[in-house]
Design a protein around this ligand. Structure first.
Ligand SMILES: Cc1ncc(COP(=O)(O)O)c(C=O)c1O
Ligand SMILES: [Zn+2]
Length: 422
């Protein structure tokens, strides 16, 4: 049983029934799920949430799924106080939300769990997507688990980890000679011809709701409060808008207090339509992406307009970081906290570093950096940038000769041992 009541146009506010619809017939605005918050507030408490399963379905009252969901245990990923990274950046209260720890190692499992469940509910036998890689992995895996067919469309030049990370689940995997925006356009046309649930096209309103669970978890893991600052990597912009919506829903329901969070959008310089619009004060203009952060390489972001509105409303900002900064960000996170994130995580950390250095994020602000996917998916981005192994013969003499002084190395940073939430 769900408390979702209708779909509503985000522009003209016209209402639509809860069907596989995604665009307003009158103004072509995108549609969003609307809930009966009064009924939710009578059914949902901190205690009832805490008694739920340790995955996104503990927040099921705030998701648009009626039937038994497809459950691969997405969500409830670790949030930890990143003391070492904080020391490196001069931030005392920086927390990492580690969404690498999902079934297919990215936050996309949150959105796909909701979308695939809804697709099955609507009677679709096949799920599909246009993807920059992570979504492809997750749709492929969820389809396998649910016994549905999967049609996966990706740009042809993706990283091997992303290709293999879909292919292994046995979908129909299509590499399109073009960039993501061209893949997306093709899929919009295919969605009109084939009876498939394109999770991020024709059932996008339901799909997008899954990202709210990131905000719910952060609030719950911080002891039921919204952070002061959140750094979010932005491609289409959907994730950032839903982190915002999720925090405000909890506040509206009285589950947390007032939300005073500032949100910060991280983009790669080589694909920064939102950051450029933020800087220039002009509307989002599409760009042709050229960056190692392929997961964020969306030149025409569907939710860019809404991201800008949120940044304005909360006093946040958008940041664009170079490919070198992205690699440095990936290495910094790995070397300080033992978290190997993909390029999008590099964007988050590099953006955080910039914002801390500028004094935009203050040392004592309760800050959450959202790390959205695992680095094993984008090995190409860093394989030339890390020290190769030292090859030795299987003898002590050879070891001593090749390793030499390095055998006596001690770590520069000592963890305080506090990996708790305090
Ligand atoms: C790892 C990763 N992080 C962040 C994002 C950004 O998500 P959104 O398109 O909702 O802005 C994506 C999108 O594909 C992604 O793959
Ligand atoms: Zn409309």
């Amino acid at each position: 049983m769900s408390f979702a009541r209708s779909l509503r146009c985000r522009q003209c506010k016209r209402e639509y029934p809860l069907e596989p619809l995604f665009v307003c017939e009158f103004c072509f605005g995108s549609l969003e799920v609307v809930y009966d918050y009064k009924a939710i507030s009578q059914n949902l408490t901190r205690e009832s949430i805490a008694a739920g399963p340790k995955n996104i379905w503990r927040y099921r009252a705030l998701l648009p799924v009626e039937d038994e969901p497809i459950n691969m245990d997405a969500g409830f990923t670790p949030l930890f106080h990143a003391h070492n990274l904080g020391r490196a950046l001069g931030l005392e209260r920086i927390y990492i939300k580690n969404d690498c720890m999902n079934p297919t190692w990215s936050f996309k499992d949150r959105v796909v769990a909701v979308a695939a469940s809804k697709a099955r509910e609507f009677g679709f036998q096949a799920v599909a997507c246009a993807s920059t890689g992570n979504l492809a992995n997750s749709v492929s895996a969820h389809a396998a688990r649910a016994g549905m067919r999967a049609f996966i469309f990706v740009p042809h030049d993706l990283e091997q980890g992303k290709i293999l990370g879909s292919a292994i689940y046995g979908p129909t995997l299509v590499a399109v000679r073009g960039n993501y925006d061209q893949v997306n356009r093709l899929c919009s046309e295919l969605a009109e011809r084939f009876p498939w649930a394109f999770v991020n096209i024709n059932i996008r309103p339901y799909y997008a709701e899954g990202s709210k669970t990131l905000a719910y978890e952060v609030a719950e893991q911080l002891g039921w409060q919204a952070p002061d600052a959140v750094v979010v990597p932005v491609a289409s912009g959907s994730l950032l808008t839903k982190v915002w919506k999720g925090m405000h829903e909890l506040s509206q329901l009285g589950i947390i207090g007032k939300v005073g969070s500032r949100l910060f959008a991280g983009q790669a310089q080589g694909c920064s339509p939102v950051a450029t619009a933020f800087e220039t004060g002009k509307p989002v203009r599409p760009v042709k992406p050229d960056t190692i952060a392929k997961s964020l390489a969306i030149g025409n972001p569907a939710d860019g307009f809404f991201v800008l509105n949120i940044l304005q409303e909360c006093g946040g900002r958008a940041v664009a970081v170079s490919d070198d900064e992205i690699v440095d960000g990936m290495k910094l996170l790995a070397e300080t906290e033992g978290v190997f994130a993909e390029t999008a995580g590099g964007v988050t950390v590099a953006s955080l570093k910039r914002l801390a250095a500028q004094g935009t994020i203050k040392p004592d602000e309760l800050t959450v950096a959202i790390i959205t996917a695992s680095g094993l998916k984008t090995i190409e981005a860093v394989q030339e940038k890390v020290a190769p192994p030292i090859t030795v013969d299987p003898t002590v003499a050879s070891f001593e000769q090749e390793v030499g002084e390095r055998a006596f190395w001690t770590p520069p940073l000592k963890d305080t041992g506090r990996t708790d939430r305090g």
